[in-house]
Design a protein around this ligand. Structure first.
Ligand SMILES: NC(=O)C1=CN([C@@H]2O[C@H](COP(=O)(O)OP(=O)(O)OC[C@H]3O[C@@H](n4cnc5c(N)ncnc54)[C@H](OP(=O)(O)O)[C@@H]3O)[C@@H](O)[C@H]2O)C=CC1
Ligand SMILES: O=C(O)C1=N[C@H](C(=O)O)C[C@H](O)C1
Length: 271
């Protein structure tokens, strides 16, 4: 991605909840310009001005031609669905365009394909772009190391009624960070469902619980449940603007880089 400004930013999933938030953020950023806005070929939003909903048109029409969009862009920000992201990854490699991936719900095979693509283009990928959540991940690392024996770990997340994946990408990342801090792998200790006669809680399990409803932007609580005490670490999002601002920090971080897979720890200097 070229290091010069303004950064020419294309937005995928332009008419979605995050797409609209990102379009507003790009328009407000002095060092970014909206180069393209993408949606699916059957989207009713095609042909509309990308920022019509703000009352201040962007002069960029929502389109479905990914190649035309990327030919005029330095970076693509993708908050869509895994199947859409995977198409965008291949297109970004074809065009040498940098990529910011906020989409969640990838399979292990899809994650491996994204890592392969990052040998050719620079990619920032994170299930949560907010500064607060990434600082929370660091707090969890510390807590998990200090509480590695005698504390049961449960992760509870709540999101709006439209969310399609569970547990959230952020909750899974929290589980991964905690497991790694304790020298374990999440896949060896995660418990995603409890129903019926479950038996006693297995020692060392990391449990997940999911709440869906209303317009909850995104709440995550990790409980370290000991004997005689418990610690709860909670993050609550009240606006999607934090995810959009984090995504623009990722855009700036990618400028001038040629390849590599990065996350928000890299962008925020938290590694
Ligand atoms: N990393 C982070 O900080 C955050 C991540 N997210 C993640 O971002 C993703 C999007 O969330 P949100 O904006 O709420 O979702 P929305 O459903 O509101 O928006 C998704 C957008 O992507 C489009 N889309 C869906 N499928 C495809 C596809 N196959 N190809 C191209 N475009 C497609 C949708 O079009 P259509 O409506 O026509 O289906 C829509 O415009 C989710 O995975 C969510 O978990 C969300 C917030 C923060
Ligand atoms: O779908 C959402 O809304 C969100 N998704 C991300 C996730 O799955 O963790 C980030 C945030 O919690 C909002």
């Amino acid at each position: 991605m070229t290091a010069s400004t303004p950064h020419r930013v294309a937005i995928a999933g332009a008419s979605g909840r995050m797409g609209r938030m990102l379009i507003e953020a790009v328009q407000a950023a002095a060092d970014c310009v909206l180069s393209a806005a993408l949606d699916r070929p059957d989207s009713p939003a095609l042909g509309q001005d990308a920022a019509a909903f703000t009352g201040q048109p962007a002069g960029v029409v929502i389109a479905a031609d990914v190649d035309a969009a990327l030919a005029a862009s330095d970076v693509l920000i993708d908050f869509t669905r895994p199947e859409g992201t995977m198409q965008h990854v291949q297109a970004c490699v074809r065009h040498g365009v940098a990529l910011v991936i906020g989409t969640t719900g990838f399979t292990e095979a899809q994650k491996a394909a994204i890592a392969d693509a990052a040998q050719h283009i620079p990619i920032v990928m994170a299930p949560n772009m907010s500064v607060g959540v990434n600082v929370t991940l660091k707090l969890l690392e510390m807590a998990a190391r200090a509480l590695s024996g005698g504390y049961d770990i449960e992760i509870v997340e709540a999101h709006h009624r439209h969310k399609v994946d569970a547990p959230s990408g952020t909750a899974l990342k929290m589980g991964e960070v905690i497991a790694a801090a304790q020298g374990r792998r999440l896949q060896d200790c995660a418990v995603y469902e409890r129903v019926g006669h479950t038996g006693e809680r297995p020692a060392g399990a990391i449990g997940f619980a999911t709440v869906r409803g209303g317009d909850v932007v995104g709440d995550h609580t990790v409980m370290f449940l000991g004997t005689g005490e418990r610690i709860e670490i909670t993050h609550k999002s009240s606006s999607r603007a934090t995810y959009a601002q984090g995504s623009l920090r990722a855009v700036r971080f990618l400028a001038g880089r040629r390849s590599g897979l990065y996350d928000m720890f890299d962008v925020l200097g938290l590694r």
